[in-house]
Design a protein around this ligand. Structure first.
Ligand SMILES: Nc1ncnc2c1ncn2[C@@H]1O[C@H](COP(=O)(O)OP(=O)(O)OP(=O)(O)O)[C@@H](O)[C@H]1O
Ligand SMILES: [Mg+2]
Length: 262
């Protein structure tokens, strides 16, 4: 039984130009302690897939299973979502933004505040709880967005290009923190990126999607031969280029690369 499983997901939209097939029979799975990434061209349906996994959108066919339970089209407290745009509320303090994750579920407020303080400490942001999102850096805002998800203690964390807008050193720092967190917390991370390097560096497994209709054309297991969470160490692994090439081939020439991987 997988932690998260998508079976034969199809999504169509009725448009003025006819029916648009966005996702066409997509299947994938992700397990505990696993970091799984999706790479694929713009518009191939990655965000649509995430919206289906969280129950914000209903698929036209197929099902979403979490720990073996069919959760298709239903909101799901076991799944957390971190977006590229951090979407913090500017009129709420950092602390108030973090507790929001629990507040919307009607949790105990004092307990939520305790958890939020513990998270701020863990992510080295003590002292920022009473600041407003407009007065902290982009990297800190993205950390707060992750804390807002973590406070709900999800089993699966979906991240949709969460680090795209950040400068390179900051991105590296947050990616290292994310791998550390995964090691300590034993979550499942499903990550969307356009960046092959990022996918190879972070992932245990990479799914490659092709342009519309969105389908998976490659599945590549990555083993960099190191368990370090230090991003530069991972990037300098001697296996790095091989995986980069495999994924690039899969994107550039989906069918032949998929055969090669199989
Ligand atoms: N409500 C809608 N009606 C019609 N078409 C839609 C709707 N929502 C999304 N689409 C289309 O579905 C396709 C997939 O969109 P989606 O945002 O999932 O792609 P994506 O892979 O996340 O792209 P990006 O990498 O740019 O974020 C796009 O072609 C988009 O225009
Ligand atoms: Mg998207």
């Amino acid at each position: 039984m997988h932690t998260l499983e998508a079976r034969n997901i199809c999504k169509f939209y009725d448009t003025r130009d006819g029916v648009l097939t966005v996702l066409n029979g997509l299947c994938f799975h992700a397990d505990r302690d696993e970091f799984v990434s999706f790479v694929g061209p713009s518009g191939c349906g990655k965000s649509t897939l995430f919206n289906i996994i969280t129950g914000l959108l209903e698929p036209d066919m197929g099902s979403i299973l979490v720990d073996g339970d069919d959760r298709t089209g239903r909101s799901n407290e076991k799944v957390g979502y971190v977006l590229q745009k951090d979407l913090l509320f500017p009129w709420r303090t950092v602390l108030e933004n973090i507790v929001l994750g629990l507040e919307v579920r009607g949790g105990n407020k004092a307990e939520a505040l305790d958890k939020a303080h513990a998270l701020l400490k863990k992510y080295r942001m003590q002292g920022y709880g009473n600041k407003y999102p407009g007065s902290i850096s982009g990297g800190m805002r993205q950390r707060v967005a992750l804390m807002r998800t973590m406070i709900t203690d999800p089993e699966v964390i979906l991240m949709d290009e969460a680090y795209k807008a950040l400068d390179y050193p900051l991105k590296i720092t947050l990616e290292s923190e994310l791998l550390e967190m995964l090691r300590e917390e034993r979550k499942t991370i499903v990550f969307v990126t356009h960046d092959i390097e990022e996918a190879v560096t972070l992932s245990d497994r990479v799914y490659v999607m092709k342009a519309r209709p969105g389908e998976i054309v490659g599945e590549i297991s990555v083993d960099l031969g190191t368990d370090s969470s230090d991003i530069p160490t991972r990037r300098m692994s001697r296996h790095f280029n091989d995986y980069y090439e495999l994924i690039w081939k899969s994107i550039a020439s989906p069918v032949s690369a998929a055969e090669e991987v199989a």
